[in-house]
Design a protein around this ligand. Structure first.
Ligand code: AMP
Ligand code: GLY
Length: 431
């Protein structure tokens, strides 16, 4: 199977990594990719949001499957363009990707499908926004309706900040604050059959102890030793299946990866958001544990054959990923700094740890330099969370990037909880 992966973040590096381990994959291409994917997949320059360009590239490399990683190309209709060229694509149509592209649309789908989520108002004027803020009270949750690369959501006690953010949005969703731990659950679907992966937890805030601004995600781990073993089934029945069913009923079936971000509140689980693609950095931790070869799974979803696909196999162990971010991330990341120590990770921490590249490129002298806010996603597996976490942080310590920062508490609470009380039903509030 010849596969073309579209995108250039750590998620795409993780996808390329998993696909490269699948014996069914004969050729791997990644466009535009980064310095890390280039080690596994033939790189091609491409405007990832230009459907005609991506479809032409897919035809040129005779791809049997195109996997579209990020949301912007999906919302722009890149998967549609590839399918129109007669090539199977893993990823939803532009219409179905609206479940991520418009938070108001996602709310509408959830209401129709009776999926539990935060109560919300969709506002288009400052007066409406003020009324909604007043109705809910603090903490305020203010979301830009459209795609905002992880920067569209403000959660604050400060009314003036909430109002100011609402005023920067053309359309804004203001909703009830949800407390409790957050969980990310991904499902692969062909529009009918829904196959959940294993849950993970992301760490959205920039600094330790969940301080600082929201980011695209600073680290993740899987599995969740503190979670109820029935959690995945509950999310499948109350969230994923009804949503996929509702999208089909509307005539805009969702195929690809449906990402449910959830809060486990004292009143039950609630959807915080849907995404139309693999999450970053959770994918790095989840795919590290998937034993089923990935290419066949993604192709079965792309070709409508998931119903016949055998049950997924998982490693019993754990995986942890820690994001190394550039100085100034998320507000104003500095780029162009050389990254050193990558070879040391490979030599000293293998096979437990490896580095997935996010914002990196090779400069004119062939050195790997930073090229984005989230620069690397250092990933490690182990028999349990404590070991995976220790390996990941040993590897992080070997990487040198001037001015970089990372969280030191990824999976810390969960790993302690797992060690102290293996079957504790209590969910620590982490992430
Ligand atoms: P979103 O892009 O909708 O996932 O929001 C980004 C982050 O903001 C989430 O992962 C949560 O940590 C936080 N958040 C979003 N919605 C809520 C909510 N209703 N209550 C509390 N926190 C929220
Ligand atoms: N980890 C959050 C996201 O991918 O949106």
């Amino acid at each position: 199977m010849r596969i073309l992966v579209i995108g250039g973040g750590a998620r795409e590096h993780a996808l390329c990594h998993a696909l490269s381990l699948d014996p069914a994959v004969s050729e791997l291409h990644c466009a535009p990719g980064n310095a890390g994917t280039a080690e596994l997949a033939t790189p091609h320059p491409v405007d990832a949001e230009n459907g005609a360009e991506v479809a032409a590239l897919a035809a040129r490399v005779a791809a049997d499957l195109v996997v579209v990683g990020p949301e912007a190309p999906l919302v722009a209709g890149v998967a549609d363009a590839v399918r129109a060229a007669g090539i199977p694509a893993f990823g939803p149509s532009a219409e179905a990707a609206r479940i991520e592209g418009s938070k108001a649309f996602a709310k509408e789908v959830m209401a129709a499908a009776a999926v539990p989520t935060a109560r919300a108002y969709v506002c288009t004027t400052a007066e409406e926004a003020d009324e909604a803020l007043d109705a809910f009270g603090p903490p305020y949750v203010v979301k830009d309706d459209g795609l905002a690369a992880g920067k569209g959501v403000v959660v604050t006690e400060d009314l003036e900040r909430a109002r100011a953010h609402a005023r920067t949005c053309r359309r804004v969703v203001i909703e009830e604050f949800l407390d409790g731990p957050e969980v990310s659950l991904f499902a692969v679907t062909d529009g009918e059959t829904v196959v959940p992966l294993q849950p993970a937890q992301d760490f959205k805030r920039a600094h330790d102890g969940d301080e600082g601004p929201n980011t695209g995600g600073m680290g993740a781990y899987s599995p969740l030793p503190w979670a109820d073993p029935k959690l995945t089934d509950e999310i499948l029945e109350t969230v994923l299946r009804p949503t996929v069913e509702e999208m089909r009923r509307r005539g805009t079936p969702f195929s690809g990866l449906l990402y449910a971000g959830l809060a486990l509140t004292s009143r039950g689980l609630r959807v915080v958001e849907f995404n139309a693609r693999f999450g970053d950095p959770e994918t790095q931790a989840v795919l590290a544990r998937l034993r089923t070869p990935l290419a066949g799974l993604l192709r079965a979803a792309a070709t409508g054959e998931l119903a016949e696909f055998p049950p997924l196999r998982w490693s019993e162990g754990a995986a942890v990923t820690v994001v190394i971010a550039a100085e100034g991330y998320p507000a104003a990341p500095r780029t162009g700094d050389p990254i050193e120590g990558l070879d040391e990770v490979a030599e000293h921490d293998a096979p437990g740890a490896y580095v997935l590249h996010a914002g990196t490129r090779r400069d004119d002298e062939g050195r790997v330099v930073s090229a984005g806010g989230r620069v690397l996603s250092v990933t490690a597996t182990g028999p349990g969370l404590a070991e995976a976490r220790a390996r990941a942080y040993r590897a992080v310590a070997r990487v040198r990037l001037d001015g970089s920062h990372h969280r030191t508490d990824i999976a810390a609470g969960a790993s302690d909880a797992a060690a102290d009380t293996p079957s504790s039903p209590q969910s620590p509030t982490i992430g």
